[in-house]
Design a protein around this ligand. Structure first.
Ligand code: XUL
Ligand code: CO
Length: 438
């Protein structure tokens, strides 16, 4: 196999005292914790679009990180990226990757040419996956980058665009199935609007549901056994994205009879853009039976956009992993680093440092989440807080046997609520700190 990063060694676990920047301090892939190796609990994935494609371009300047892989020929470039991502995954002990169709093979002049290019690259990928023992966490279609999608894909006012998007997604599902993908993601790229002065919202939402239905049914027909995910995001690129947050998407799926076949891919930075915590979005997915996968990153609270930074905040990763454990762990999902090194961090060493930082942050968060569960104080507190539902009128409310008349008679006889116990928020925050740092 061609080597693209001879300067990067295989990253090993050296324990928390290590000061070697090219080593893990908390992530020990083969350490068995809670019944299985850490790599199976965390299921890290490399995001093709950031790690192999994005070179740091922003509104004010061109790429700072050279990702040409030594060629200007588009297909040669695509092949080199494939070799390079497997080398990186091997060196970082990452078992999974995720891609958009256009990340792995450049778009051709026609849909047929684009599809042929995908066939060539996915043949190579299938070989590389086998050779290196790597798996596809999920695939997706980029139905937002090309100018044809300027008004959306499934929600475009132009029926030709809807047809093109359907065909593009069909092919993206086919290659996901070909590569044994565990999941397929729909992120509503430009599915939203800028102004209602030019928008038929009802028609757009119904069309979006129709596109999800026909493409997901097609996937099942050709043998897709994995999970479909919707990835909520409230804004960017459009002002009003239809898949605003977990609750909105769950309501939409229920309305259109799609909830049986769709789960959610929760992204940390999308949660905070929606005015929620990462933990809130994960909990909302979990309590609705829709928890699926995670795009692991973090935003900057001082900036109002999707900065897609590598996650290094231990509170965030701990509370995230606590939710994952409460959901029973990942099944088909995992932790995909939908994250990029900063524009100023423009070397491959930086990309590797960034992945190490994210993996160690999640590994530490996972260890801490288990510690919180073992400790039990937070869980016990929550259980006791709802103790009034375990007997008397509360029990009758919970088993739904109390009628409205019975509740009224109870309230009349009570006169008023006599006690309301403290929520003890500050005490609990301190308990959490104690578990994390003592
Ligand atoms: C965009 C985003 C996407 C999806 C896949 O904000 O998160 O990269 O994860 O289309
Ligand atoms: Co994402």
């Amino acid at each position: 196999m061609k080597e693209f990063f001879p300067e990067i060694p295989i990253i090993k676990y050296e324990g928390k005292k290590s000061e070697n920047p090219l080593a893990f301090r908390f992530y020990d892939p083969d350490e068995v914790i809670a019944g299985k190796p850490m790599r199976e609990h965390l299921k890290f994935a490399v995001a093709y679009w950031h790690t192999m494609c994005a070179g740091g371009t922003d509104m004010f300047g061109v790429d700072t990180h050279d990702k040409t892989f030594g060629t200007s020929d588009p297909m040669e470039h695509a092949k080199n990226k494939a070799y390079a991502i497997f080398e990186l995954m091997n060196k970082l002990s990452i078992d999974y990757f995720c891609f958009h169709d256009r990340d792995i093979a450049p778009e051709g002049r026609t849909l047929a040419e684009s599809n042929e290019r995908l066939d060539v690259i996915t043949d190579l990928m299938a070989e590389l996956m086998k050779e290196n023992g790597k798996k596809l966490l999920w695939g997706t279609a980029n139905c937002f980058g090309n100018p044809r999608y300027m008004h959306g894909a499934g929600t475009s006012p132009n029926a030709d665009v809807f047809a093109f998007a359907a065909a593009q997604i069909k092919k993206a599902i086919e290659i996901t199935v070909k590569l044994g993908g565990n999941g397929y993601v729909y992120w509503g790229g430009r599915e939203g609007y800028e102004t209602l002065l030019n928008t038929d919202m009802g028609l757009e939402l119904d069309n979006m549901a129709h596109l999800l239905r026909i493409t997901s049914e097609y996937g099942r027909k050709i043998g897709f056994k994995g999970d479909y995910y919707i990835e909520p995001k409230p804004k960017e690129p459009t002002k009003h994205q239809y898949d605003f947050d977990a609750a909105t998407v769950i309501g939409f799926l229920n309305k259109h009879g799609l909830s049986k076949d769709f789960k959610l891919n929760i992204e940390a930075n999308h949660a905070t853009l929606a005015g929620h915590t990462f933990q809130h979005e994960l909990a909302m997915a979990r309590v609705n039976g829709a928890f699926g996968s995670i795009d692991a990153n973090i935003g900057d609270m001082l900036l109002g956009w999707d900065t897609d930074q590598f996650p290094t905040n231990i509170y965030d990763t701990t509370l995230c992993m606590l939710e994952v454990l409460k959901a029973g762990g990942f099944t088909n999902g995992g932790l995909n680093f939908d994250a990029k090194a900063r524009r100023g961090s423009n070397t491959w060493e930086d990309t590797v440092y960034a992945h190490i930082a994210g993996m160690d942050a999640f590994a530490l968060g996972f260890r801490m989440a288990l510690k919180i569960m073992d400790d039990g104080r937070l869980d016990t507190f929550v259980k006791n807080r709802y103790a009034s539902y375990s007997e008397g009128i509360g029990k009758k409310i919970l088993d739904r046997s109390a009628t409205i008349e019975e509740l009224e008679a109870y309230a009349l006889q009570m006169g008023d609520v006599k006690t309301n116990t403290s929520g003890r928020q500050e005490y609990l925050e301190n308990v959490l700190n104690g578990i994390l740092f003592c």
